[in-house]
Design a protein around this ligand. Sequence first.
Ligand code: SF4
Length: 328
Amino acid sequence: MRALALFSGGLDSTLAMKLIVDQGIEVIAVNVNIGFGSTVDRTEHMQNMCDQIGVKLEILDLRELYLEEVLFNPKYGYGKNFNPCVDCHGFMFRYTGQLLEKYDASFMISGEVVGQRPMSQRKDAMDNVKSLSNYDDLIVRPMCAKLLEPSLPEREGWIEREKLLDINGRNRQRQLDMAKEIGLKDFESPGGGCLLTEVQFSNRLRDFVDHDKLEVEDIDTLKAGRHLRLPNGAKLIIGRHQEDNEKLKNTTSKKYYKARILDAVGPFSLLDKKATQEEKELAATFIVSYGKTETDKNYTVIFEDEDESFTQEGQKLPTKDEISKYLI
Ligand code: SF4
């Protein structure tokens, strides 16, 4: 008997897998990458969790399908921000379910807990997730299974319902006790949670889709730097530190000029190729302002891809206050 687990890297999905492994069932952890999971790469963390409980990790890149099928048209709407959690869970189960045959697995599990999250883990929402998944009866939620109708694997005796749990609500004490009991280490996820639940990121995303078509390669640029919308609608992204600069440098998006100060240390930046001449000049002043620059000196900003540069006089640099009205 083998099961596929929706695995986020978090404590609940790790413990859910452990409960099934302890019943002598092989579990394969499937992490669905929707692109918005975190600002840092959590592969190492996920591998560490899987190693500790003895399951194999598979990563499923569904970023493109997520943009096409879920993000902009969720049947069950959004949570507080840009997070379409019910549809998102249904989507993850639907595509993981399509792998059951490939892995010769019989059912799926997840770490969902009734009442833990306001949008997606209410009992009715969990039923909606099941119906969106197309694999209704093959989904088991080991952390709270005793509070739900028995699924096919429980009714058929593939797994023992008695050994599953009845956790309910937001209190995490039982999960923490379980982690201690099994000696699970370093289970706090690095890099925070899903960006779609964050206000600032959601505003950034909303602004982006108001002006442009979102493609997979745009997702990473949304995660780095300061974002500014210039007067005629062009987007400017200015790195805040080395890590941002690297991310912006490495973008594969063809929407931007890569911009930098030629004669001083300063941020790596991206400017929309739709920028007007006026916006390019304005962008150059902003980029120089965020550099290690002095007043009374002139600096040149170059826009790669276009042999164009602007020389900016130090004394005419805008203040951070003036720039702030363009920040998203
Ligand atoms: S928080 Fe919601 S939108 Fe984000 S990954 Fe989880 S279910 Fe999906």
